[in-house]
Design a protein around this ligand. Structure first.
Ligand code: PLP
Length: 381
C-alpha cells in the first residue's frame, strides 16, 4: 500500500461492534472489571483509551515506528519526554527551534539541572563536536526548523549521535510523515504537534511521540501514564479524521507555498526567502534526498525591517495574522513579536529571526489567490 492509501486503510479497522467506518469515540474514563485486575485491556483512560489507541496505532504505522503515543499538546509530549533524562544530562538541540521548545528546555535547565546546548544543525562537524562531550543524552532536531526552514541531515547526524549512545529525537511537525519519515533514517523518537498538519483544521491542540523500538516505546508509555498529559477521546478522533486527508492537504499546501515563495523571491523588497522548494535554497540537495516535498511553510525577511513587515500585514484578507500553522486556512506570523517572543532578542537576531521576518503557513486556498494577495501586500511595503 502506498502512503496516501495507508492514511485510510492502515491501522484504521472498521468498528467490529457496529461496522461503522469511523472509530467510535469512547468517552468512558474508567472500565468495568470482571474481577479485580481482570479487564479487556482498558482500565482507566489516562493509561489507555480505545479511541486514543486507534490514533496511536495510526501514528506508529505512518512514521514506521514500534509505538505511537498521543498527548494533550506538542509541548505536553516534549515535557513527558524530558522526564526521561536525569539531571546533569546534556541535550544538543538545533539553534532554530519552536519558541515554546526553547522555553521548556531552558526551564529544565534552571529547575532540574538539564544542560541544553544549541548548535547549527546544518553543520554536521559542529554537531559532532558537541555530541562528543560527556553526558550527552539526546540530540534534538527540528527539520525543517521553525521559522527559518533550516534542514538537518537526519541520517548523518543520527550516525554521529548513536556512536555516543545519545537518543535522537526529531520534531517532524513541519514535514509530517507524508513528506519525511525520520525513523527510516535511524531516529529513535519522532515528536509532533498534532495541532498543526496532522489535525489540519485548527480545531484541536495535541501532540505525539513515536518510538522506533518497543523498548523505547515501553519507557515512553510508562511516562505517558505517570505524567498524564493525555488528549481527550474527542480530540483523538479529530486528529484521526485530519490524518485521513493528510496526503491531499500536503499537496495543496505545497502548491500554495510554492506560489507564495516565487512571488516573494521575485521582489526587490525582499531580502531573503526560506523555502526548501526553491532552486536557490542552500540545502536543496538534502531537501531532495530526505523529503518527498518541500511542505507548506515559507518564511521571508523583508528588506524594510519591522516597519515593512507591519505594513505588509495590514490589509491582508486571506492570510489571518495568528500563531500556529498547518491548518487548511492560510496564516501569517511575525515571529519576533509572536511565536518567538520568548527567545531573547540578541539570541533571536544572532541566527536570523529579525524584525523583518514573516512566516507564512499556506493553506489550501487556490494558489493564484494566495500569490495575488502577497503581490498586493508587497506593493504596500
Ligand atoms: C507548535 C509546535 C510545537 C508545540 O506544539 P503545541 O501543540 O503547540 O504544544 C512544537 N514544535 C513545533 C515545530 C511546532 O510548530
Amino acid at each position: 500500500m502506498r502512503f496516501d492509501t495507508r492514511l485510510l486503510h492502515d491501522g484504521l479497522p472498521t468498528d467490529t461492534a457496529t461496522g461503522g467506518v469511523n472509530p467510535p469515540i469512547v468517552l468512558s474514563s474508567t472500565f468495568a472489571q470482571s474481577a479485580p485486575n481482570k479487564n479487556r485491556g482498558y482500565v482507566y483512560s489516562r493509561s489507555a483509551n480505545p479511541t486514543r489507541t486507534q490514533l496511536e496505532t495510526l501514528l506508529a504505522r505512518l512514521e514506521g515506528g514500534a509505538t505511537g503515543l498521543a498527548f494533550s499538546s506538542g509541548l505536553g509530549a516534549l515535557a513527558t519526554l524530558l522526564e526521561h533524562f536525569p539531571s546533569g544530562s546534556r541535550i544538543v538541540a538545533g539553534q532554530d527551534l519552536y519558541g515554546g521548545t526553547w522555553r521548556l528546555l531552558e526551564h529544565h535547565r534552571r529547575q532540574f539541572g538539564i544542560e541544553p546546548v544549541y548548535v547549527d544543525t546544518r553543520d554536521a562537524e559542529g554537531v559532532g563536536r558537541e555530541l562528543a562531550r560527556a553526558r550527552t543524552a539526546m540530540l534534538y532536531l527540528e527539520t525543517p526548523s521553525n521559522p527559518l526552514l533550516q534542514l538537518a541531515d537526519i541520517a548523518a547526524l543520527t550516525r554521529l549521535a548513536h556512536r555516543r549512545r545519545a537518543l535522537v529525537v526529531v520534531d517532524n511537525t513541519f514535514a509530517t510523515p507524508a513528506l519525511q519519515r525520520p525513523i527510516e533514517y535511524g531516529a529513535d523518537i519522532v515528536l509532533h504537534s498534532t495541532t498543526k498538519y496532522l489535525g489540519g483544521h485548527s480545531d484541536i491542540i495535541g501532540g505525539a511521540l513515536v518510538a522506533r523500538t518497543p523498548q523505547i516505546g515501553e519507557r515512553l508509555t510508562w511516562l505517558q501514564n505517570a505524567v498524564g498529559a493525555v488528549p481527550s477521546p474527542v480530540d483523538c478522533f479529530l486528529v484521526i479524521r485530519g490524518i485521513r486527508t493528510l496526503g491531499v492537504r500536503m499537496r495543496a499546501h505545497q502548491q500554495g507555498a510554492r506560489a507564495v515563495a516565487e512571488v516573494l523571491s521575485g521582489s526587490r523588497k525582499v531580502r531573503a526567502v526560506h523555502y526548501p522548494g526553491l532552486a536557490e535554497f542552500p540545502q536543496r540537495a538534502l531537501a531532495r534526498r530526505q523529503m518527498s516535498g518541500a511542505g507548506g511553510i515559507v518564511s521571508s525577511e523583508l528588506a524594510g525591517g519591522r516597519r515593512a513587515a507591519l505594513r505588509f500585514l495590514k490589509g491582508l484578507s486571506l492570510f489571518t495574522l495568528a500563531e500556529s500553522l498547518g491548518g487548511v486556512e492560510s496564516l501569517v506570523d511575525h515571529p519576533a513579536s509572536m511565536t518567538h517572543a520568548s527567545v531573547p532578542r540578541r539570541e533571536r537576531e544572532a541566527h536570523g529571526i529579525t524584525d523583518g521576518l514573516l512566516r507564512f503557513s499556506c493553506g489550501i486556498e487556490d494558489p493564484a489567490d494566495l500569490a495575488e494577495e502577497v503581490r498586493a501586500a508587497l506593493r504596500r511595503v
